[in-house]
Design a binder for this molecule. Structure first.
Ligand code: PHE
Length: 351
């Protein structure tokens, strides 16, 4: 083969810009039907002397072309690798992607904390229903329809005569209808009041009801329980105060407050909820209802206490939140400050 022709082929190899192109060139000259192979085939027609010279020439060409293809292949492979590395490079100086993480609403957290604390005192969490009736929300709680105390709870009435529960106390009745003493329950959940909203009033808020029934239960048991929870919420040296108050379903009844101090030196008593010893009329109403359902009367002579805590109140005190309306405006700048870990407590089902 001519020297020139060989150089041309070498140029062609060098000019191939991708591995595919190189393969095409290789096939064209070195493949089964390639130029070199067909020249080798042609040799049969030559005389032995000619064949010897020609054979050496073709073999030299073949070796030289194969070497050039290999060298080019290495170069192209290296380039391909570099291109790949370049395209997959990570620039660690770029700002990271932002993945917002959800969390528990502050009220869910307060209720979950309370569930944990009462759980350790042996209380069981049960859930009531938000749509209630007169009987459970009022009558059986010693608040007959003509009683002026009904005005203590401004009620959302539904057109069918039912209502949105004004407190979690109806669950006291529902639970005692199904269970006998001794019993210890807490009931977290939403309650509704038909009232104008302002910094301390919302038409929906959360309560945690407590009820304990047994034998020889005393006011001191109630005070000890409330004090324990207040200290769990606000710290071991929290002072708690009980003041006489009126709720038709307890006697005696009380409101309880904690002594609140802030870093600026302000301090005052702040009310957390109501409580008292279960009124005998409530036990009687439960027994009457049980009897009507064909169940034995079992609450006569029992004693117990009940209490109701306001979850929003606790959160406002604990974190210095000045306005109850912040909780449900769903401004993430506000709520995000109180984001808690996700927990799987049964109260979460209710929220
Ligand atoms: N249910 C009362 C309320 O919402 C609070 C309370 C509960 C008071 C239990 C005494 C005992 O106002």
């Amino acid at each position: 083969m001519q020297h020139e022709a060989q150089n041309e082929i070498l140029d062609e190899i060098l000019a191939s810009s991708s591995l595919e192109e190189l393969q095409t060139v290789k096939t064209k000259y070195l493949g089964k039907n390639g130029l070199v192979t067909s020249q080798l085939k042609e040799m049969g027609k030559l005389s032995p002397e000619e064949r010897k010279a020609k054979g050496a020439e073709i073999n030299a060409l073949k070796t030289s072309l194969e070497g050039a293809v290999e060298a080019r292949k290495e170069v192209l492979e290296q380039a391909a690798l570099e291109a790949k590395l370049h395209s997959e490079a990570i620039d660690v100086t770029l700002p990271a992607l932002h993945f917002p993480v959800g969390g528990l609403h502050i009220i869910s957290r307060i209720l979950a904390d309370l569930e944990g604390m009462f759980g350790r005192l042996g209380y069981r969490t049960v859930l009531g229903q938000e749509v209630e009736d007169d009987l459970h929300n009022f009558d059986a709680l010693n608040i007959p329809w003509f009683h002026p105390a009904r005005d203590l709870w401004d009620t959302f009435w539904m057109t069918d005569g039912r209502l949105l529960r004004t407190h979690t106390s109806p669950m006291q009745i529902r639970y005692m209808l199904e269970h006998t003493a001794p019993l210890r329950i807490t009931v977290p959940g939403k309650v509704y009041r038909y009232e104008a909203t302002d910094a301390t009033h919302e038409s929906m808020f959360h309560q945690l009801e407590g009820l304990l029934v047994g034998d020889n239960i005393r006011m001191s048991d109630l005070k000890g329980t409330i004090a324990e929870i207040a200290r769990g919420l606000f710290g071991p040296s929290t002072k708690v105060r009980f003041q006489p108050s009126y709720y038709p379903f307890v006697e005696p009844g009380a409101d309880f407050s904690v002594w609140w101090e802030n870093p600026r030196g302000e301090s005052k008593w702040l009310e957390l909820g109501g409580c008292g010893m279960v009124h005998p009329s409530v036990f009687r109403a439960v027994d009457d209802l049980r009897e009507a359902l064909g169940k034995p009367r079992t609450y006569e002579g029992k004693t117990g206490f009940a209490f109701g805590l306001g979850a929003e109140r606790i959160a406002m005190l604990k974190y210095g939140i000045p306005d109850i309306r912040y909780f449900y405006q769903n401004d993430l700048k506000v709520l995000g400050q109180f984001r808690g870990e996700l927990e799987t407590l049964s109260i979460l089902e209710a929220l």
